[in-house]
Design a protein around this ligand. Structure first.
Ligand code: ZN
Length: 199
């Protein structure tokens, strides 16, 4: 005999397939959701479907956006000669929150990880190299995480970019090893950016 109704089981199953949500959390969330007013549940469900349908990659920097070109790339007041390369849109958001970085970004959507079978072809590197060919870029700031994957990716990008003659820098390692950029406070982020060194 099943412990819960089929509908609840299905909900628990879907929730527990999400990252960071274990079986217990999935159960807790499922019971929370079925006790919410119906209109709130509908709003939540609609927001998930809407986001999935309407959010896509920026044609220039590959971050997630509702437009063809994201607000940062289309902002003429930004310094389009400086590109900061980050692993994901959350890292971009972390740097944006400091309000002190005036350049633009490139979002890789991952990092090279031989252990997980993620190679250079699996992240948005081709798009980056195309930008460097077609745009007038003075500096590429590599702001991947200081994890093994982040460092591997930084090395790889530096080797790709150097022959183009464009300056390549790496943010300082004031960022704790293995630290996820998004969890690091703004002061540390800025210090890492200001202390960047040429590769
Ligand atoms: Zn963009």
């Amino acid at each position: 005999m099943e412990l819960y109704s089929g509908h609840i089981n299905r909900l628990i199953e879907e929730l527990s397939a999400l990252p960071g949500i274990g079986g217990k959390s999935a159960q807790r969330l499922a019971f929370y959701l079925i006790n919410l007013p119906k209109d709130r549940v509908k709003r939540l469900a609609d927001s998930i479907v809407d986001a999935r349908e309407n959010v896509h990659y920026c044609e220039v920097c590959c971050t997630l956006t509702d437009e063809d070109i994201c607000p940062i790339c289309s902002n003429q007041n930004r310094d389009h000669h400086t590109i900061m390369v980050v692993e994901n849109a959350r890292d971009l958001a972390a740097y944006e929150k400091t309000g002190k970085y005036e350049g633009v970004y490139h979002v890789l959507h991952g990092a090279i990880s031989p252990m997980l079978g993620i190679g250079p072809g699996d992240i948005r590197l081709t798009e980056l190299m195309k930008r460097l060919q077609n745009e007038d870029v003075d500096e590429v700031i590599i702001a991947t995480n200081s994890s093994l994957e982040g460092e591997t990716t930084a090395m790889y990008i530096s080797k790709l970019v150097k022959p183009t003659g464009i300056k390549v820098t790496r943010i300082a390692s004031g960022v704790p090893v293995g630290g996820d950029l998004e969890y690091i406070d703004e002061v540390t982020l800025l210090r890492a950016l200001e202390g960047r060194t040429e590769l």
